[in-house]
Design a protein around this ligand. Structure first.
Ligand SMILES: [Zn+2]
Ligand SMILES: [Zn+2]
Length: 328
């Protein structure tokens, strides 16, 4: 009798029910009849299970829901896949999109937090995406708002740099630590927010540049592979540090690169220059690809120094310091 009633449901409803079962029960149900086997083995069931068990409603475009479920199963602490982001979608973003474009058009004036009144010219104003509340806040006030009600899972959106932050997961979403599915979903949401204006699309392009440069930094700067290739360039360490800190903050660097502190009075690479450290005369080493990119993008003040400029006994100490650097 019960079986008959179950089979009266349409497939959508059956999928929904199956998505609430434990794996063992799902297996048993799939053996009842052909129709239930088809429902239980469909990818849509994994989508339901992903939402019911983990609260996650997104995945990468190219993968199945089952693959996504398996990865989320291995991430119980939400270190890579934030479930709270799943509550944000095109529909609930509507009031925030309006507010975002308003703020873009105000720039650069009137950037005060509407709660504490502090000017956010540098840090940028935030929206806390939660139930249509579009008050403009600084980061601290967004956090206080988040913390004021237990169990609230909104997402903070930093408007000037297009970053999404989850206070509950305590991390930036869609960045290097996160899963690729999270990154794709964040990009998808930011695309929706920014696409309706020239200024918005420009901001999205800068975000992309910033993310690409972070990849370049991770692979082409101060790595053992850069050193062992034998082909590298020296870059003023203070410039690299400021570039990297800005990238972490969601902003691109400020040019030009200033290499003058690396030259001696004859304009050659100063033999007492040393790797690492944020001091004058410190340097980073970068691949020729990164060097060319940086010079083209940010410009260069002062000389260019490559590995071939550090030949001869005068540079023995400099090379010793590079060898002792501990690059990985
Ligand atoms: Zn989260
Ligand atoms: Zn504030």
């Amino acid at each position: 009798m019960a079986r008959h009633r179950l089979l009266d449901f349409n497939n959508e409803l059956l999928t929904c029910i199956a998505g609430h079962l434990e794996l063992e029960d799902l297996k048993n149900l799939s053996q009842v009849c052909h129709r239930l086997a088809v429902v239980c083995h469909s990818d849509a069931v994994w989508k339901e299970m992903l939402i019911n068990k983990f609260g996650v409603g997104y995945k990468m475009a190219k993968e199945s829901w089952k693959e996504m479920y398996t990865r989320k199963h291995d991430d119980p602490q939400h270190n890579r896949i934030c479930p709270h982001l799943s509550d944000v979608n095109a529909k609930c973003l509507e009031p925030y999109i309006q507010r975002y474009h308003q703020v873009l058009n105000w720039l650069p004036k009137n950037l005060n937090c509407r709660t504490c009144g502090q000017n956010q010219q540098d840090a940028g104003l935030c929206l806390y995406i939660w139930q249509g509340n579009t008050r403009l806040r600084c980061r601290d006030c967004a956090y206080r708002y988040h913390a004021s009600i237990p169990g609230r899972h909104g997402i903070m959106f930093r408007m000037n740099v297009l970053q999404m932050y989850c206070f509950t997961c305590s991390r930036l979403l869609g960045e290097s630590r996160g899963d690729q599915s999270e990154a794709e979903y964040v990009d998808h949401l930011l695309e929706i927010i920014t696409r309706d204006s020239e200024l918005g699309r420009g901001a999205m392009e800068r975000r992309k540049q910033c993310m690409d440069e972070r990849q370049l930094y991770a692979h082409d700067c101060d790595r053992l592979s850069v050193l062992t290739s034998g082909q590298y360039f020296f870059v003023d360490r203070m410039w690299i540090c400021s570039w990297f800190l800005r990238l972490c903050d969601g902003k691109v660097g400020v040019g030009p690169i200033d290499n003058t502190a690396l030259a001696d009075e004859n304009g050659r690479l100063n033999p007492s220059a040393r790797p690492r450290g944020a001091f004058s005369g410190g340097f980073s080493i970068v691949t020729p690809e990164l060097w060319n990119y940086l010079v083209e993008t940010y410009g260069l003040l002062g000389p260019a120094f490559g590995a071939e400029d550090a030949q001869g006994p005068a540079y023995d100490e400099l090379h010793k310091a590079i060898d002792n650097w501990g690059l990985t």
